[in-house]
Design a binder for this molecule. Sequence first.
Ligand SMILES: Cc1ncc(COP(=O)(O)O)c(C=O)c1O
Length: 414
Amino acid sequence: MLAGVPMNWMRKWAGAFPPFVREAQGAQFFDVDGNRYVDFCLGDTGAMTGHSPSATVKAVEAQSRRGITFMLPVEDAIFVAEDLQKRFGLPFWQFALTATDANRFSIRLARKITRRPKILVFNWCYHGTVDEAFITLQPDGTARARRGNVGPPVDPAVTTKVVEFNDVAALEKALSPGDVACVLAEPAMTNVGIVHPEPGFHAALREITGKTGTLLILDETHTICAGPGGSTGADGLQPDVLVFGKAIGGGVPGAAYGFSEEVAKRISADDNLEDCDVGGIGGTLAGNALSLAAMRATLSSVLTKDAFNRMMPMAELWTAGVQQTITEFHLPWHVTRLGCRAEYLFSAKAPKNGTEAHDAMDFELERFLHLYCMNRGILLTPFHNMALMSPSTGRDDVELHSRVFREAVTELRG
Ligand SMILES: Cc1ncc(COP(=O)(O)O)c(C=O)c1O
């Protein structure tokens, strides 16, 4: 394998090589050398349900004996679409295999029905491997391809406008020419540390997108940590389109994207049956029986309200443990939380946008802390300092992290 790993990012883990996993269950896994880890990474949200939740495993086992993929609908799809409607309030749904694809398809549909060429994203966002989103603002205010953007098909500055999160004036200015099909946003940024929306930001985002005829796509793939309905459910948001991937099938590949009644009508009005299999939206395995069985079981029995009621207090405890050390050692760091996701950042105050969050990152320090934790049986999310709680994460797991984090800081100070 290239660099000894099956997927490019796996070489980025702290240390000379990543642990190879032998088996996992709930909030823990064992590597091939028999070391146990408490897993706060949880497949970067893909396993937010805990590893191999029994309801999902049972459904997948049963479905895999009855057929895996047909390119035909199964009844589970109806159940899943209805469940998603209850969670997020949107009445129409489609399925994909990854959140990246769900975002890409949503963007394409937005372009098609608005007949506008551009999209808008927030600086230092991440929405999967979506070409249009690999763009950052330069200090002089111009937008350029993000550092490390591999082989872009076109310069993303051609396709995309980018403004800072929480900057209502810049958003208004960028949308006012009426050439932006959609804003693609996480309700709170989660991929450059956590950046919370300021009070009134979502109301302004909704109002300005509405006023300018721009569709609002909320990507809840990570912010599902805010509750069973993500931030949309928790904060009463009203997107035109919503994307939810990763954890939706308990780790089995699957994603969903939903539309408001109005968007669904516009899509249908513009539908072309003859070309719909080659129009850039699809995927032979999208909506397959196995992923829908996994989604049905995960939504009905795993990512439930009860589960969130167990996960939230664990994230509060994790946050309090980190805060205690920050306070004790007077560190210029802060820790924050979004539902069952928590994160510390190397800046004293909470960032208000992607630039502030990105400027607070420290690659070397981050790797030291990650490796320190891994050597003591704790896995954090690899690319920043994030911890996610699953329904199986327990007090002991969290207290282990609080202890190890304090020890790491003690050594750093020493
Ligand atoms: C907010 C968000 N959306 C979409 C994605 C893409 O998910 P996937 O890699 O499963 O396509 C990610 C991945 O990290 C994400 O964080």
